[in-house]
Structure formats: structure tokens, C-alpha cells
Design a protein around this ligand. Structure first.
Ligand code: ADP
Length: 497
């Protein structure tokens, strides 16, 4: 099959979160399985910082955006260590900006227009380059108009009429909601602006449009696929998702095991594997403690946190527990992240009060993220919701035991160290249900107690995490099956029409 994957983020070109990791790795793995894949991404200013060469092409195009005809140009690159072609859609006005989606805490006011242009450009390039695509894989709201264009506008137009579509929802909280007049920018008929398709409480909702028109939908973990069909986690789209439940599934993300592998990771002070994790982790722990200005002490448990400082990640649980523990318990904390100013400033003031016990780095630093995964004993992820989550898998691959809330992908990857799970030899972390500081604190206390007084159980947790297969191989196979299943269904439906 020939797949076109369209995304607003692809590692190593542009990244704000896990979406980029998925869209940078999945195409390479699909290629390994023998599929043809091309990737499309906007040519943001940041793409020029990528380590891979980008070349200009002579492909230029003009596409309708509302009542305007907007021109663009195509750049070309490859995913690292692969022959997967990446097409970068260039338009200086839309994409040559400091950030991907917005600045100073606000979104760019023309985000709808920017991604209408991007989707239109992808479709136009399919025709111009005669790409012979079988299936378009769209990701999140930024590319969710692609299935809508295929079904609403191009259903019987060459070369689009045989293209099936899959939409992956990486995070339902971000839906691409705009005022209703932006419907004009899409160029689609107003008849689609109804509560079953593109309209959402009077607004245009791009993710909902994709949910309505994609031939199949998936999310990034099986548990999240169920959770988003409930009122608690459906963000108002639970009805639309229930309506498509027959073609809605969950596929857990993998991790890039070339990049996230303690045996070869260049950011560590010592590389290690499951056979020498004690020595390897001790070395990296000492380096981490030194780097973060903490007391170098092999015995004290180090609790690591890496991630966006958004309420989704459970900061309202972390901060009170951290404060209490800093005052009363001999444990060290290491935090790396950027995000909401109130969380950043709360951390900064906790750090000045407890400098020797808490290390905080309010930046985006890939090397430090790797060192924290290797040098911590425990990794904290008490998310309110978590579509898949990558950091808990990174931590397990590095022998760092995760303490997580049992939701979404965290529920699908972390097996709590209950008596039964320990007896069966399958435990790999700690998890809790209630979204409450007390529940986190109890789990964390259980984890620290196990670390300090149950070395055999601790070794089981570490080694189960390190021995598990978190690679993309299995996930990519599931995506390939999803594409094939969707294409078969799509063709069958066509024949009936
Ligand atoms: P989400 O996609 O919701 O942000 P994930 O756990 O799925 O959460 O993925 C987050 C990704 O972003 C991981 O690769 C993580 O290491 C990275 N990351 C997040 N914040 C930072 C930071 N401040 N510095 C370095 N890497 C970060």
C-alpha cells in the first residue's frame, strides 16, 4: 500500500510533544514492513534547524483558501536513516514564524487558515506529483480536514476517488475550534455545518469534521479509545465518537529504540543494559545529582519528572505532595519542563526553599530529559488523562520505575506492584486511580518503601520494564493492519454505492 502521512509535527523537523515522535518514527517502521510512505509537514522556521538536509523543489502550486488563491512551494527531505520522503509545504506568511501554533500563551489568530492551506496543499501535491496514494493518514485537528475534503469534495474526482482515510486522535483536548465564519475558509458547503459533521455548539470544529468523515479513527491507546466515548473524557465529542464506535480503535505508540536506549544513549555518563543496571544507573544518578545541584548520595531515592507543565499532567497533585515531601521526607526531586506560568513559578519558589533536595530546569532540553530517565529511581506521571504517554515507556526502558495514574496509555503500559502481580512476576511500576494528591502520595510512599526495603521486588520491577518490548515494531504492524482493513472496507462500500 502507498500511505501518505500528514502531520503538523514530525521529529526531527518540528516538535512540541508526542505527536512529533509518533509521526517521525511510524513511517520508518512502516517502510521496514514493506509499505511505501510519504510524509507531509508545514515548512516552519524551525525545520531548518533539523540535522537532515532539506532541498528546494521546482514544485509550486496555488490552492483556494476562502476566496483567495494562495501560492506555496514544496521542499523535500528524508526521515533520518531511511528513504522515507518528507515533503515540506512552504508558505512564508503562514509558516515562517517563531512557533508552531502561537506565541506568548496565545494561539495564532489565523490557525484555521494556516491549516486549511496546508490540507489543500497536500491534496494538490498528490495530483501534481501523481503520487498514487491508497490511504491518507491524518493526525489531530491540524490535518483533520483531509478526510472531509476527500468525502465532501473529491469523492468522484480523479485521482482522489479511491483514497481511503484514517484519522489518529493524539489528544482530544485540542480540537481546532474556530468561529463559524471560518467555514468559508474551508471552501466546503454550508450543508456540512451541522451538529453531526462540522459544527460544534455554533463553532467550526476541525477534529469533529475528521471524526465524521474519516473511514477509520484511532487513538494512541486502547484504554483512551474507550475513555473518549464517555462524558468525563469526551470533551463534548463523546457522542460523535460513539456514533463511529464501529471504526474506532486504539493502538499503543511505541518508542524510538534507537534514540531511547540506555545501551547507546550518547547523553548518559555510562551506557548500560539489563545485566548491569545497578552500576549504570548509579553512575548516571551521581551525574544527575551533580548537574542539578543535589547532594550526591547513592541511597536517597531520586524522583524524576519530565514533561509539559499543563494541568493535564497532574501538577495540582504533584505540587502539594512535593511540598509535603520536601519538608518531611528524605527524597530528592528532579523536574524538567516548561508550560503554564503558575506551575513554573510554584516550582521556582519551592526550589529556592529546598535547593539541596529539588532540582528544577524550566527549559526544553533533550539531553537532560535522557539523563533524568537514566539517573532517577522513580518517574512520576500522575496525569489527569493520558492518550498514550511516552515518558513512562522511556523510563521503563531505562530501568526507572514509573508511578502513574491509571488512565489511558498509562493504564495500558504500567502494571501495578500489587501482591498478585509481584507473585506472578509481571509488575513493572505503581499506579493509582483517584485524581487526588492523597492517592499519589500513597502510591509514591509504597514505591519508596519498596525501593528502600524490598530490593528483590525492586529488581523485578526494574528488569520487567527493561526487558519489555516497547519498540514500534508491534505498533507499526497494527497500523498496517488498520490501513489494510480500512482500505478493504472502503472498497466494499464503494462497490455498494
Ligand atoms: P505529551 O505528548 O502529552 O507532551 P508524551 O509523554 O507523550 O506527552 O511525550 C512528551 C515528549 O516530549 C517526550 O518525548 C518528552 O521527553 C518530551 N518533552 C516534554 N517536555 C520536555 C522538556 N522540557 N525537555 C525535553 N523533552 C521534553
Amino acid at each position: 500500500m502507498k500511505i501518505l502521512l500528514a502531520s503538523s509535527e514530525v521529529e526531527p523537523f518540528a516538535k512540541t510533544g508526542g505527536l512529533a515522535d509518533v509521526c517521525g518514527t511510524l513511517p520508518r517502521e512502516l517502510r521496514r514492513l514493506g509499505h511505501e510512505v510519504v510524509v507531509f509537514l508545514p515548512a516552519y522556521r524551525t525545520v531548518r534547524r533539523a540535522s537532515v538536509p532539506i532541498t528546494a523543489t521546482d514544485v509550486q502550486f496555488a490552492v483556494p483558501v476562502g476566496s483567495k488563491l494562495v501560492t506555496g512551494r514544496l521542499l523535500e527531505s528524508r526521515l533520518p536513516d531511511s528513504d522515507v520522503v518528507v515533503y515540506l509545504v512552504e508558505n512564508e506568511h503562514y509558516f515562517d514564524r517563531d512557533q508552531l501554533y502561537g506565541e506568548n500563551g496565545g494561539d495564532y489568530s489565523d490557525n484555521c487558515e494556516r491549516f486549511v492551506f496546508f490540507c489543500r496543499a497536500v491534496l494538490e501535491v498528490i495530483r501534481l506529483l501523481d503520487l498514487e496514494i491508497d490511504l491518507i493518514h491524518a493526525n489531530d485537528w491540524q490535518t483533520a480536514l483531509l478526510p472531509a475534503y476527500l468525502r465532501c469534495e473529491l469523492d468522484s474526482t480523479e485521482p482522489y476517488e479511491n483514497i481511503a482515510s484514517v484519522l489518529t486522535i493524539h489528544n482530544l483536548a485540542y480540537q481546532g475550534r474556530f468561529w463559524h465564519w471560518d467555514m468559508l475558509l474551508t471552501g466546503l458547503d454550508w450543508k456540512y455545518f451541522n451538529w453531526r459533521q462540522m459544527e460544534f455548539f455554533g463553532q467550526l470544529n476541525l477534529l469533529k469534521s475528521g471524526i465524521a468523515f474519516a473511514d477509520a479513527i484511532n487513538t494512541v491507546s486502547p484504554t483512551y479509545a474507550l475513555e473518549i466515548q464517555t462524558a468525563e473524557q469526551g470533551y463534548g465529542l463523546e457522542g460523535a465518537l460513539q456514533h463511529r464506535a464501529g471504526v474506532l480503535s486504539g493502538i499503543l505508540n511505541g518508542i524510538d529504540t534507537q534514540v531511547w536506549n540506555p545501551r547507546v544513549d550518547p547523553h548518559l555518563s555510562m551506557n548500560y543494559g539489563v545485566e548491569n543496571w545497578r552500576e549504570g544507573k548509579a553512575k548516571n544518578k551521581a551525574t544527575l545529582q551533580t548537574q542539578m545541584g543535589l547532594r550526591v548520595d547513592p541511597k536517597v531515592p531520586v524522583i524524576g519528572i519530565v514533561g509539559r507543565m499543563a494541568s493535564q499532567k497532574g501538577w495540582s497533585l504533584i505540587l502539594p505532595v512535593m511540598q509535603h515531601w520536601l519538608e518531611t521526607i528524605d527524597a530528592q526531586w528532579v523536574v524538567l519542563g516548561t508550560g503554564q506560568p503558575e506551575f513554573e513559578s510554584a516550582l521556582a519558589s519551592l526550589r529556592s526553599a529546598h535547593a539541596g533536595k529539588l532540582g528544577v530546569s524550566l527549559e526544553f532540553s533533550n539531553p537532560l530529559a535522557h539523563l533524568i530517565e537514566a539517573g532517577s529511581d522513580l518517574f512520576l506521571m500522575p496525569s489527569q488523562y493520558e492518550p498514550c504517554g511516552l515518558n513512562q515507556m522511556y523510563s521503563m526502558a531505562y530501568g526507572t520505575v514509573p508511578v502513574v495514574r491509571r488512565t489511558g496509555g498509562l493504564a495500558d503500559t504500567v502494571i501495578d506492584a500489587s501482591e498478585t502481580a509481584i507473585a506472578q512476576g509481571v509488575a513493572n511500576g505503581f499506579s493509582f486511580n483517584a485524581f487526588l494528591p492523597q492517592a499519589l502520595e500513597q502510591s509514591l510512599a509504597r514505591a519508596v518503601w519498596t525501593y528502600q526495603s524490598q530490593p528483590d521486588v525492586w529488581a523485578q520491577l526494574v528488569e520487567n520494564g527493561m526487558n519489555a518490548d516497547w519498540s514500534w515494531g508491534q505498533s507499526a504492524r497494527q497500523y498496517a493492519e488498520l490501513y489494510e482493513r480500512t482500505a478493504v472496507l472502503f472498497r466494499a462500500e464503494r462497490q455498494h454505492v
